[in-house]
Design a protein around this ligand. Structure first.
Ligand code: HEC
Length: 156
């Protein structure tokens, strides 16, 4: 009997612990959400800039570096949506450039996010070929998706 109770207690403990950690992971503070998305975009900007400098001839073209940077941009484009949980807008957190329209025009925002993900996936593919001309063209298309979203959903 004691053994049985012990086993039940242990199982409950494990379940309880799981429950707690799940809740914690699923429920970050609004400030943490903002810090996450700003970090993601910092990494995006960090990797996107040198590609731009190279295709504009401001920096020597380095195919391997372009391929690496483009992979990070693609990866981060997929990490970005999580940074826009409800309740992390400017009404809750002061230090954010995210506009409230993100959450009131969510499907439009999602479309812009999808465009960005698609174009940066293509950029990563083209970057692997090392074809400078094609990379330049695809860089331009990707940059358009950044601008399109910032114009509507980021305060300047
Ligand atoms: C779907 C919308 C969207 C797309 C696409 C997008 N951004 Fe942004 N970006 C934002 C929003 C919103 C913010 C403001 C985040 C905040 O302050 O909470 C931001 C912030 C930034 C920041 C500032 C980060 C900081 O330090 O706070 C940089 C840099 C940036 N974006 C670069 C880019 C680049 C480069 C691209 C394209 C390769 C891009 N973004 C694509 C919406 C977008």
């Amino acid at each position: 009997m004691n053994k049985l109770l012990g086993a039940i207690g242990l199982a409950g403990g494990i379940l309880g612990l799981n429950f707690l950690t799940t809740v914690q992971a699923a429920d970050p503070k609004p400030e943490e959400v903002v810090a996450y998305r700003q970090s993601v975009y910092t990494v995006i900007g960090w990797n996107f800039k040198p590609i731009g400098a190279m295709v504009k001839g401001e920096m020597p073209f380095d195919a391997a570096a372009v391929a690496r940077h483009a992979q990070y941009v693609e990866m981060m484009s997929k990490a970005a949506p999580e940074g826009f949980r409800k309740g992390s807008g400017p009404d809750v957190v002061k230090k954010t450039e995210a506009k409230p329209e993100i959450w009131t025009k969510w499907s439009e925002f999602e479309t812009k996010m999808n465009d960005f993900q698609q174009e940066s996936t293509k950029l990563a593919e083209v970057a692997k070929t090392g074809d400078e001309k094609a990379i330049k063209a695809q860089f331009g298309k990707t940059a358009e998706t950044c601008k399109a979203c910032h114009k509507e959903f980021r305060t300047d």
